[in-house]
Design a protein around this ligand. Structure first.
Ligand code: ATP
Ligand code: PAF
Ligand code: BAL
Length: 286
């Protein structure tokens, strides 16, 4: 496994590989790796010849300086995980390497940019798409792998790819969960034992909605969805130490409330602070 810190070194390593016609996959991460990240690397390995994993805690996507400061950076652990998972190249640039000069970035990501995470973390998706575009420019991947855990992020990245008409295939991988259902996340490390117990309510509230959909075979009414949302929100709000940001059943493409009384393509998404740690989760319903 090669560890590379500069864009120039990365390009000279990958240039001949591309010329030889080999397929390159990119798995962008912010480090503090867990089995969710490993699942992306394994999926990438199954579809490409060379897997590049980037580790970069991108300052432009953080809206809370404390969140950026306390983001975990367990380097030795990450290197061991990457080498065990069969990653070929680790790209680990400095902030100066990715942002050598101050720059303005603003692209049209569509109305969904301002909903949900975009409402609670203003400007977040401009920062995410800015760094993902830079990583795509540096690596030139044929495929890039992202987790469904960051559902809205995948939509925004797909919109960025369409905006620039980039020749890269975006692959979305399922959410990997702990045994009790909690979605794996680098930020889970901040949960104290009490928070950790309470955090499971997030996936339980999603399961509650999913269970209804499975029984109702995707037949629903808007009124019924509203009642379900309210019941799920109460489950979360009654859990000690958990402060809800949003819980919504939404159209999987627009992230707006469903407009019809039946149909497919819905997703349920949640975000809440558990203790001092903000977590997100979602499930596809139909
Ligand atoms: N539990 C998971 N299952 C599948 N993919 C995941 C999971 N957690 C994160 N990912 C994906 O891994 C990639 C890198 O994410 P990131 O490094 O931010 O990790 P994270 O666990 O989401 O951390 P955090 O949300 O705490 O920042 C993203 O595409 C993300 O969606
Ligand atoms: C895609 C990403 C690596 C961009 O910094 C980040 O948002 C993440 O880890 O999901
Ligand atoms: N996994 C999403 C990156 C972030 O929370 O900033």
């Amino acid at each position: 496994m090669e560890v590379i810190n500069t864009i120039a070194a990365l390009k000279s390593l990958l240039g001949p590989i591309k010329l030889a016609g080999q397929k390159i996959a990119l798995v962008p991460t912010m480090g503090a790796l867990h089995k969710g990240h490993v699942s992306l690397i394994e999926a990438a390995r199954s579809e490409a010849d060379i897997v590049v994993c980037s580790i970069f805690v991108n300052p432009t996507q953080f809206t809370d300086p404390k969140d950026l400061e306390r983001y975990p950076r367990p380097l030795e652990h990450d290197m061991a995980m990457l080498s065990a998972s069969g990653c070929n190249v680790v790209f680990m640039p400095s902030v100066k390497e990715m942002y050598p000069v101050p720059e303005h970035w603003h692209i049209d990501l569509g109305p969904a940019e301002f909903l949900l995470e975009g409402e609670f973390r203003k400007g977040h998706y401009q920062g995410v798409t800015q760094i993902v575009k830079k990583l795509f420019d540096a690596v030139g991947p044929d495929l890039a792998f992202f987790g469904q855990k960051d559902y809205q992020q995948v939509l925004m990245i797909e919109n960025m790819v369409a905006y620039f008409d980039l020749p890269v295939k975006i692959v979305t991988c399922p959410i990997i969960r702990e045994e009790d259902g909690l979605a794996m996340s680098s930020r889970n490390i901040h949960l104290n034992p009490e928070d950790r117990k309470h955090a499971v309510v997030l996936c339980q509230s999603l399961e509650y909605i999913k269970g209804y959909f499975e029984k109702a075979e995707n037949q629903y009414s808007k009124d019924k969805l509203h009642l379900l949302e309210e019941a799920a929100k109460r489950m979360i709000q009654q859990t000690p130490g958990v402060a809800l940001d949003y819980f919504v059943i939404a159209d999987g493409k627009t992230l707006m409330p469903p407009t019809a009384d039946h149909g497919s393509g819905l997703v349920v998404l949640v975000a809440a602070k558990v203790g001092e740690t903000r977590l997100i989760d979602n499930m596809i319903l139909s």
